[in-house]
Ligand binder design. Structure first.
Ligand SMILES: Cc1cc2nc3c(=O)[nH]c(=O)nc-3n(C[C@H](O)[C@H](O)[C@H](O)COP(=O)(O)OP(=O)(O)OC[C@H]3O[C@@H](n4cnc5c(N)ncnc54)[C@H](O)[C@@H]3O)c2cc1C
Length: 390
């Protein structure tokens, strides 16, 4: 690994070292094996849970780490920088945010200590639907009140880790779109217990994808969920989802920074060691300049990630910075991925170098959890004052 190359490795050094030590037990061959078998990296996730890293953002009073978003982001950065993939467990860190911010005292007391201890896995979040895509307000999944229960019918797509989670945070429409003033109204959030739901109104179907991501389709057919599992007020679910987005954006940005650092480090290592035409390939400007440019863009994206985290942790508005950090970091990681693969020439395609796997994994964050186009649309409208385009 590099000596830091100007990245803020002096921030939360103990956490960095602890994550690095844990990740050293899960080197490239481990992730290659999981990738080839399309298997969930259970041993890695269990180790992360046992070390308390996935409970970092849960307040200490509920048994969590009480960490800032800046500190938590370092955990994910280091996983991805080690060659692993924080995407397999990142949702356990932040999905509980909706419960923490909007759940009742009783719900928090019942669930948060269990989630913090890792006895309950809350790492599935069902928002996206096939017919709605990026337009969340157009979702069709219905939750109809029936006594002290809701009856849920509809379909979700791309619900990741549903087969590796005990609870699902679900967004569903409780008031038909035609009956609300704004389409973002009338949506509600529920905690669905997947342990009992499967086979009782919920069917989960895995989606084969180009990366090992355990993503699924969910089919709801009259699933009954206790009204006590609704988070916050009925009809305000969209607002609650938005409230959690800045944290998610910052954490994903840190993962992309971790990816980018891994790509740049590997590219430099290879460019220094691979000798062709009697000299290291890195001696050619055609090879070294793209690596230097990728590094430059990554450093800039990383600064935006720290700025967003600073604003978030001091309770200031950070929607623009969190979105920009996510977009810039995802783009910088993708540039670094491309440069790293190019630098490795044919060997970049060989699975044993991990480059092709990380290349596939890094691409995701330009599209999910929000596509970079939608980030640009947000910035154009909310920062620059241009007309809403979507
Ligand atoms: C591996 C994976 C895991 C995922 N995990 C989850 C999960 O756990 N939970 C969950 O709820 N969702 C999940 N998603 C879904 C993800 O959030 C969506 O794929 C993403 O938000 C984009 O939505 P879409 O795929 O429907 O694209 P669409 O909305 O159909 O967009 C398609 C393309 O058109 C562009 N586009 C659309 N509208 C506009 C516009 N107005 N202006 C400019 N460009 C536009 C988009 O940028 C995109 O490039 C996952 C997706 C993937 C691939």
């Amino acid at each position: 690994m590099s000596n830091g190359w100007g990245f803020a490795d002096d921030r939360f050094p103990e956490v960095r070292r602890a994550v690095q030590r844990l990740c050293a037990d899960f080197p490239g061959p481990y992730w290659q094996e999981m990738d080839a078998a399309r298997a969930y990296p259970t041993a890695f996730v269990q180790a992360m849970t046992a070390a308390g890293f996935l409970a970092a953002l849960i307040p200490e009073e509920y048994g969590g780490g009480g960490a800032s978003i800046a500190e938590a982001s370092v955990i994910l950065e280091e996983i991805n920088r080690s060659g692993g993939n924080g995407g397999v467990c990142h949702a356990q860190m932040y999905t509980m945010g909706a419960l923490l911010r909007h759940g009742s005292a009783g719900q928090k007391a019942a669930w948060l200590p269990e989630i913090a201890a890792g006895r309950l896995r809350l790492q599935a979040f069902g928002v996206t639907e096939p017919g709605a895509g990026s337009d969340t307000s157009a979702i069709q999944t219905r939750a109809v009140a029936d006594g002290d229960e809701y009856v849920i019918s509809g379909q979700k797509i791309w619900t990741s880790r549903a087969e590796h989670s005990d609870l699902l945070l679900l967004l569903a429409r409780t008031t038909p779109a035609a009956e609300v003033e704004k389409r973002t109204h009338g949506l509600s959030l529920f905690l669905v217990d997947l342990r009992t739901a499967r086979g009782a109104g919920l069917t989960i179907r895995p989606i084969p994808t180009m990366l090992n991501h355990q993503t699924t389709e969910l089919f709801f057919d009259g699933l009954r969920v206790p009204a006590a599992n609704r988070i916050g007020e009925e009809g305000r679910g969209f607002r609650y989802v938005l409230d959690g987005m800045n944290a998610e954006r910052i954490l994903i940005a840190a993962e992309s920074v971790g990816d980018g650092r891994w790509f740049v480090e590997r590219a430099v290592e290879y460019a220094n060691s691979r000798v062709v035409f009697g000299r290291p390939i890195g001696q050619n400007q055609g090879v070294q300049f793209p690596i230097a440019a990728a590094y430059a863009h990554l450093r800039a994206a990383d600064l935006m990630r720290w700025e967003a985290a600073r604003l978030f942790d001091s309770g200031q508005p950070c929607g623009a910075e969190a979105n920009l950090a996510k977009m810039l970091a995802a783009d910088a990681a993708w540039e670094a991925a491309n440069v790293c693969l190019q630098t490795h020439g044919g060997f970049g395609f060989a699975t044993e170098y991990d480059v092709e796997r990380k290349f596939r994994e890094a691409k995701l964050y330009q599209i999910a959890p929000i596509s970079n186009n939608l980030v640009l649309a947000y910035v154009a409208q909310h920062v620059l004052g241009l007309p809403r385009s979507y």
